[in-house]
Design a protein around this ligand. Sequence first.
Ligand code: GZL
Length: 307
Amino acid sequence: GSAGSDGADGSGGGDGSITMGFSQVGAESGWRTANTKSVQESAKAAGITLKFSDAQQKQENQIKAIRSFVQQRVDVIAFSPVVESGWDTVLKEAQNAKIPVILTDRAVDSKDTTLYKTFLGSDFIEEGKKAGQWLVEEYKDTTETVNIVELQGTTGSAPANDRKAGFAEVIGAEPKFKIIASQTGDFTRAKGKEVMEAFLKSNPDIDVLYAHNDDMGLGAIEAIEGAGKTPGQDIKIITVDAVKDGMQALADGKINFIVECSPLLGPQLMDLAKKVVKGEQVPARVVTEETTFTQEQAKQVLSTRQY
Ligand code: GZL
């Protein structure tokens, strides 16, 4: 390309091509796998060169990746912060290098919102509320106590904090709902199973499990069946995500309700990146479209699900 076309000034390659540095949380769940696929396929479709890094759920790996994107002088940086806190220093380095940053999927708690151009992702508080609203409806005719155990997502992550808060806000209005145990399963099947086994040992009469994602719910199902109980009946289960394996369990009656959290953020991310690199205004917040599923609805849509 012509002189200065190497994007050194962050204006995008002379031939108009954009290079994006993307730091992904890891590969901890079906949701994450689908999200990675969406980002990679959308970059290709948009003609954006993608430098992709998998942090294996470690914040220090994401910080290293962002630093390396700055050194490589990419045109735009996008990432899904594994936890909410501890980003200001590295985001200031990107800002000083005049490289715009886009948050996708999860948020950061930085007070300085000029550190990123926009946050594209779900409203996790809303997701927690939807889960609570289903439970309130499901038990509206019950007068005795409803014992709930909760498998939280990754400690310190926005989805874990907000799904917990939204759920607690809705069920907190009714004293019959009791969260008798709540612990992180780190969004994985293995940990979800392990923690549910512990819950079952120390709590003989669990009525409901609220798991912050399908994968922990699926692990918990193995633990519940291992304890000789019937998931979806002896213990009702609510999860979040609506990935294929979760929707299959819902259709099979092992899960009772799923709140969708769409991982298909790729196309919107690439549109936002093009605008941001051109210096165009973008909304500070772009909320993902998503819904909820009952067992009946899962049976109807299962064959059409993309992830
Ligand atoms: C939510 C995303 C969460 C999913 C989990 O947007 O950050 O991380 O709910 C994934 O499945 O691990």
